[in-house]
Write a protein of this length. Structure first.
Length: 250
């Protein structure tokens, strides 16, 4: 379990820079010159990791993708190729959701940096018989919601659209917005990584620590963190949420 608790603002450089990773050439068709990582939060029992990662040009070996993942592309571009060589491309400024176990090869030309939230529960059996089709979803920051996305039984108008769900149904990526919002201090129910697309929010923890986020910021809330949400006018965000109470049996 990560020693870090409370709400975390993700930084492209980490608090003290990134740590070089050992590269095993067997994992690649074309190995990178360097890869670096900073883990902001991890729960090995749950199979959850959140952080920032970068790499030079490379192509990974073809095989099952190692987990359900939500990515915010910070710099560069990449493609995920299927067994025919066809692929889905993503670039800086976009977010991506990737399904655990789809057979693909990560290909890129040039430098890339990303924020990530990856989930692969050690209790779960490895998925079988998947194809790459529909397993990679690229999200545009210009995406908007409509009144068809209105949530029920909320104290203030809120809209939510599910854009990706994993096979077990406990890891979701979506788009959410709200008008003016003020909540009570209560434990946050999910592990959530969010990117603010529009507006601003202040999150206050139980000890009084206050975090202010605006458009472009990315943050992470560990499940169970008591916090107050204050949205002064309007907020729109992408999010990836993991429900730690809903796990595969094992």
């Amino acid at each position: 379990m990560s020693e870090t608790t409370g709400i975390i603002r993700l930084s492209p450089t980490g608090p003290h820079g990134l740590t070089p990773l050992a590269v095993d050439a067997a994992d690649f068709q074309t190995p990178p010159e360097a890869q670096n990582l900073h883990v902001c939060f991890a729960d090995e029992t749950l199979g959850l990791s959140v952080g920032v990662w970068d790499t030079t040009s490379m192509q990974e070996a073809f095989g099952p993708y190692p987990g359900d993942e939500f990515i915010v592309v910070l710099e560069g571009a990449f493609r995920l190729l299927d067994d025919t060589g066809a692929g889905v491309a993503a670039k800086a400024g976009q977010c991506v959701a990737i399904r655990n176990g789809i057979p693909v090869s990560w290909l890129q030309d040039g430098y890339l940096k990303k924020f990530y939230m990856t989930y692969k529960d050690p209790r779960a059996t490895s998925p079988q018989g998947l194809t790459a089709e529909g397993g990679v979803i690229v999200l545009s920051p210009d995406m908007s919601l409509t009144d068809a996305d209105l949530m029920e039984d909320t104290s203030t108008p809120q809209r939510d659209r599910n854009l990706f769900s994993n096979a077990h149904g406990n890891f979701e990526v979506g788009l959410w917005d709200t008008q003016v919002l003020n909540t009570e201090l209560e434990p946050f129910p999910y592990h959530e990584m969010a990117q603010i697309l529009e507006g601003e929010v202040s999150l206050t923890e139980a000890d009084g620590t206050r975090h202010h986020f605006t458009a472009g910021d990315v943050f992470y809330i560990p499940a169970g963190t008591p916090c107050i949400w204050h949205v002064p006018t309007y907020l729109r965000k992408f999010y990836a949420a993991l429900d730690p109470t809903n796990r595969p049996e094992g």
